[in-house]
Design a protein around this ligand. Structure first.
Ligand code: WT7
Length: 645
């Protein structure tokens, strides 16, 4: 399939969608030529403000300083709930679909309001104040959404930790953000299996003495330990609390949440997002990218533990008064027809998922899709990694019956919301391209000297001017924020991605240019996995790279040098895998471990990952220059003993 293959905007959408090609052109021009006027108008349209801002934007990318709608006051939960009550109190806000297909629940905006207010009161009664951090370690149940919104209601800052992370990873995040309250569940349920969330939390909290309250949702009624002085059943507390709760009026720049994400060095960093700008861009992109219409049912399959869940399960859709589907399970359980059965069951109009899921479902065969109707679907979405043209075509033809355009949305935890994406009524599609920038976003390609590349070309992807949902800092470490995003190319935000722009101005993400892996759409720092591996007393050194993986996009390939005298064994491999699971979580399991008597290093001792990546990818004829290696023989050994795939 070549990139010449263009899929024009469907006629039906050209007429009906909010933004057509001409409108996109003119609005985009306005958004970059007169950003203040453009964003002020959008902020009026999309959000309700308690007090209006006095300054639209103040930013200095050299210092990593960004602020939007200064002086404005609003509350995110009011924007996501209260303001909809009059017109849509009885409309479904959340459709919950359980892991078990026989379990579901509809929650109206009025019920959502009551749940959120009650929980907000519980948090307040337990001493949580504006600015305090609350950690959420939850399965995909409605309470996860209630908890995020309850924090927002009282101005507490949530830090959601993905339920697949290990107790150690949870502990690090609780400590880093100095959380004193944790909300979790007894167990999670995914794909028919139980996840011991409370037990994991207990292990983490053993080293978090400052946590005075742990609210526990009873999901499975499984066996758990209980600490009377700290643990509280969520339902008991909520039922005893008042269903009315005055919102805290937040400054536009007050923090809304912290979300940890992996980088190329050290421990994950806490990306901090604030209130007004974040909510505006989440709402606006949700509306325009999914062509959200009154009454539409919208489903994003992400987990609330990732930014996609924050912006496109909770905040964007609810700010727009949409019906958002929250799915507890996995796309392949009970079988690979699950997603399409859920689409038919609830009449889903837009469906947003990751390429890794598309590839897994494609592998299961067309029959699972074809036995369902999917007639309600209008828009499809993709996020998390580049979607290969084969998967794109299958998604378009088999799932969407050639009727539903695919929105390939490029963005990051740090960008908070979509940055480059097609719009359904405006953009002709090329499979594998995230197409064009969203309003107000100015992507540039930089060469190795940091000069902007004009026209068609390839380089490092950077963003030239601030956008509303930009990260504001790395929690507790602004210098790290500057070093990571603003110092490589002064004056720009550096994304860590490489990209190509074609003759039509379409962008194609070529992947990370740093030591960050993308495994099944999840970010993983090679350094994190390496740190876990070298904790083993029989390991001298480890180097981790990504390699092409049919389903996951990238797999984790670890080269491990055992201590002198240690005999490599399958037993040791198993121990190393468990160590990664313990330190980080199951998503960090190496797919391949290769024993490496030595690692390719420069004479100054720097590991040459370029070579390790080539060996892992089996691209042996393009190893490049190996003459600068301290010991070139190391490479021959690695090649001879490379893993079979
Ligand atoms: C990295 C960000 C954005 C929410 C999910 C991941 C890659 C993301 C795409 C896309 C090509 C993509 C990039 C980016 N990525 N979306 N549509 N096409 N690559 O968020 O964990 O912060 O990861 O995911 O490499 O930098 P994240």
């Amino acid at each position: 399939m070549t990139e010449q293959h263009v899929y024009p905007v469907p006629e039906a959408l050209k007429q009906k969608a909010a933004i057509d090609a001409d409108t996109y052109q003119s609005l985009y021009r306005q958004s970059v030529e007169q950003p203040d006027a453009f964003w002020a108008a959008q902020a009026e349209t999309f959000l309700d403000w308690q007090e209006k801002w006095h300054t639209v934007c103040k930013s200095d990318l050299r210092k990593g300083e960004v602020a939007w709608f200064l002086g404005g006051k609003l509350n995110v939960s009011v924007n996501c709930i209260d303001r909809h009550l009059e017109a849509r109190g009885d409309q479904t806000a959340i459709i919950w679909e359980g892991d078990d297909p026989s379990e579901d629940q509809l929650i109206t905006y009025r019920e959502l309001h009551e749940e959120v207010c009650r929980l907000a009161n519980v948090l307040r009664e337990r001493g949580v104040k504006k600015g305090d951090r609350v950690c959420l370690y939850m399965p995909m149940i409605p309470e996860a959404c209630y908890a995020m919104l309850a924090c927002a209601r009282i101005g507490a800052v949530h830090s959601v930790v993905f339920g697949g992370f290990s107790p150690d990873a949870l502990k690090d995040r609780i400590q880093n953000a100095d959380c004193q309250v944790v909300i979790t569940a007894d167990e999670g349920v995914r794909g028919g299996r139980k996840i011991p969330l409370k037990t994991n939390t207990d292990k983490a909290l053993a080293e978090c003495p400052d946590v005075h309250t742990c609210l526990v949702v009873k999901r499975t009624a499984g066996d758990i330990q209980w600490e009377d002085s700290r643990d509280v059943w969520y339902r008991d507390a909520v039922e005893a609390a008042s269903p009315e709760c005055e919102p805290e009026w937040m400054d536009s720049e007050d923090p809304l949440f912290i979300l940890y994400t992996s980088g190329s060095t050290g421990k994950p960093k806490g990306v901090l997002h604030t209130t007004g700008g974040y909510l505006l861009q989440a709402a606006m992109t949700h509306k325009y990218v999914f062509d959200q219409q009154e009454g539409d049912v919208y489903w994003c399959t992400a987990d609330v533990g990732w930014v996609t869940g924050h912006s496109y399960i909770v905040y964007g859709p609810l700010a727009n008064g949409a019906t958002t589907l929250v799915f507890e399970g996995v796309p392949t359980y009970p079988d690979a027809a699950r997603c399409w059965e859920v689409v038919d069951k609830h009449g889903v109009n837009s469906f947003y998922t990751a390429p890794t899921a598309v590839r897994a479902l494609m592998g299961a065969g067309d029959d699972f899709v074809k036995r369902t109707s999917r007639k309600s679907l209008r828009i499809l979405g993709s996020v998390g990694e580049p979607i290969n043209p084969e998967a794109w075509e299958w998604y378009y033809k088999v799932v969407g019956d050639e009727r539903c355009p695919i929105m390939d949305t490029w963005w990051q935890t740090e960008t908070g919301a979509h940055m480059m994406t097609p719009l359904p009524g405006a953009t002709d599609l090329k499979p594998g391209s995230c197409t064009k920038p969203f309003f107000g976003v100015q992507p540039v390609l930089l060469d190795s000297e940091g000069n902007e590349i004009e026209g068609a070309g390839e380089g490092s992807l950077a963003i030239k001017a601030s956008w509303p949902s930009q990260l504001r800092t790395v929690y507790g470490d602004h210098q790290r924020c500057i070093d990571t995003y603003y110092s490589t190319y002064p004056g720009y935000y550096f994304t860590g991605d490489g990209a190509r722009r074609d003759e039509d101005g379409y962008f194609w993400i070529t992947g990370r240019v740093d030591d960050v892996l993308n495994v099944s759409g999840h970010r993983m720092g090679t350094a994190e996995v390496e740190s876990a591996l070298v904790l083993h007393e029989q390991v001298a050194e480890a180097a981790v790279v990504g390699y092409p993986h049919d389903i996951k996009g990238q797999g984790i390939y670890a080269y491990v040098t055992p201590m002198t005298g240690v005999e490599p064994s399958d037993e040791l491999k198993k121990e190393l895998i468990s160590l990664c699971v313990k330190e980080i979580g199951a998503i960090a399991k190496p797919d391949i471990i290769q024993w490496a008597p030595g690692l390719p290093k420069t004479r100054s001792g720097k590991i040459m990952r370029r070579i390790l990546r080539k060996i892992a990818a089996n691209e042996l004829d393009s190893l490049g220059d190996t003459s600068t290696l301290a010991d070139p023989a190391v490479v021959d050994d690695l090649i001879d003993n490379r893993a079979n795939r």
